[in-house]
Structure formats: structure tokens, C-alpha cells
Design a protein around this ligand. Sequence first.
Ligand SMILES: NC(=O)c1ccc[n+]([C@@H]2O[C@H](COP(=O)([O-])OP(=O)(O)OC[C@H]3O[C@@H](n4cnc5c(N)ncnc54)[C@H](OP(=O)(O)O)[C@@H]3O)[C@@H](O)[C@H]2O)c1
Length: 301
Amino acid sequence: MRVLVTGANGLVGSRLWTLLASKGHAVIALGRGPQRARAPGTYLSVDLADEHALSDAVHRARPEVIVNPGSLTDVDGCEAAPEAAFRVNAVAPGILALAARALGAHLLQVSTDYVFDGEAGPYGEDAIPNPRGVYALTKHAGEQAVRALAPSSAIARTAVVYGWPPAGRPNFGSWLLGALRKGEPVRLFEDQYVSPSLADSVAEQLAELAERRLGGVWNVCGAAVVNRVQFGQAMCAEFGLDAGVIVASLLAEAKLRAPRPARSGLLTDKAAAALAARPLGMAESLARFRRAVDAAEGGST
Ligand SMILES: NC(=O)c1ccc[n+]([C@@H]2O[C@H](COP(=O)([O-])OP(=O)(O)OC[C@H]3O[C@@H](n4cnc5c(N)ncnc54)[C@H](OP(=O)(O)O)[C@@H]3O)[C@@H](O)[C@H]2O)c1
């Protein structure tokens, strides 16, 4: 298939690009600035905040499927730049939906568990969003734009994505491994429950959703819901590191610019039942993460 992937230099987008190309699909990869990820296909530098440039690029590319992991993902940064966040996270999905509608293409919009308030997670696909903070509000607005303009499209919500190698900037997993290896105290929230999600597994599930042109809402993430301390302990166990350096702290007491859902996480029963690319448990995810680190470091951890 001819598939357009946004956020092509990002953590999820770069892996999705590589995976789709390896499966023989013709990928048109949209990223910001120079190409940083390396995979077969056509790379175009397109600013998602530029409505005309984005619409023009998609119409010229004439994709059969569009996947949109491109996003302003800096949660606190979005709080400081609501206009940019709205353009990229809410308007751009609407532009992509309009183009998909005009071209008869299938659209897969990547979203987040942050659309929920975190009062009563983990959440299934039918749970009612109640976003808090600019990132969450704009991601939810992006979902709504896609639903209104391209009703047969899909929305894939993911959560706390981590992977090795990091794509440019550190992700939760790569940061945590680096911090734990230093042997200095590492503060992690014990009152924030999340679904840690291996980026390669997220890309595999997204690729299948795209190939099968499945519509509706999908939770596309890891199968385990844990707090961040538990995730840190599991990483220590996988890498043979001292979990004693982990210091439990409280999200409720942290002075973060943007609000975070506390009891979040996503239920994965739907994807587990319907997709061949099943959501992974935490041990399996961390083992794959470790193999990627080992491969990059020539076998040492
Ligand atoms: N990472 C997580 O923990 C997490 C959790 C829940 C949901 N999600 C969702 O998953 C999706 C993928 O996230 P990710 O982890 O891959 O994030 P990421 O690594 O930050 O990737 C997002 C990509 O979007 C690009 N982008 C941002 N603004 C742009 C603009 N104006 N024009 C063109 N490109 C622009 C970024 O470009 P640059 O590389 O140049 O910055 C980046 O490559 C997003 O929709 C996100 O909301 C992620």
C-alpha cells in the first residue's frame, strides 16, 4: 500500500516507517526539518502547523493510508505554547482527515491516554475522555476532528512509549536506564499508574491497524498497568541493577506545569483479541528493550 506517515523522525513514527517499508509498503515520510530517521521511502520536510503545506503535501502524495503519530508531545511545553499545540495536535489531524476524505484514504490518528482525567483508570476504548491540560485538550480535539471529518478512520491511543535507540530525545525508558546505571537516587512516582509501551510493539500494532484499515478506537500499548516505581524495579531486575536507588515520590506533590492523570493506563483486551500484533506484557517488553540496548552496546549492559 501507499502509506503516508507523519512524525517520521519521532520515536513511534521512525519505527513505523522502518517497519512498513520492510513489509514492502511505499512510505511517504513527513518530518520536521532534515531527515534524521533512516528507512526506505520518500522523506518530505513539512511543518504540521502549516495547514496549506500539509494539505498540499498529502494531496500530492496521494496515499491510500495516512498514519499520524506526529504531535507536540512535550506535555509541559504544550502548556507554555497552547497555540502551537493546538495547530499540531488538533488542527493538523483535521487537515489530514479532510485530505483522507477527499482522497478516499484511510486515516489512523495516534492519540494518548492523557485524554482521560486519571480518576478511574485503566480505561477501555469506550471510556469517556475528560482531558486536563493543553496537551490533553488538544490531543482530544484532534480525535474529535478526525471523528467528525473522517468517520471511518481509526484512533489509536497509546501511553508512556519507550524504546532503544531513542529517536533524538530521551524517552522514559532510555532516561530511566541511564539514571539507574549512574547508581544515584532516582525519584519515581508511586501514585501514577500507566501502561508502559515498547515503541516497537506500538509500531507493530499500528502497522497492522493500517494494513487492515480497521476503524474505531484502539488502545495500542503495553498490556501491564503499573506505577512508575514498579516499572523502575522491573527494569532493574531485567538489567541486573540495584533497585535500592529508586526513591518513591508522589505525583500529587510534584510541581509540574501540566496536570497528569494519576490512575491512568489503558485496557488492551480489544487489541489482544483482534490483532496478530498483540500487546506485550512488561517482562517481554523489557526483555526486547534490553536486547536492543545490548545490540547497540555490543553485548554489554
Ligand atoms: N511518547 C509517549 O510517551 C506517548 C504517550 C502517549 C501518546 N503518545 C502519542 O504517540 C504519538 C507519537 O509520539 P512519540 O513518542 O513518537 O513522540 P515524538 O518522538 O515526540 O514524535 C513526534 C514527532 O512529531 C514531530 N513534530 C512535532 N511538531 C511538528 C511540526 N510542527 N511539524 C512537523 N513535525 C512535527 C516531532 O518532530 P521533531 O522530531 O522535529 O521534534 C517528532 O518527530 C503522538 O501522537 C503522541 O501524542 C506518545
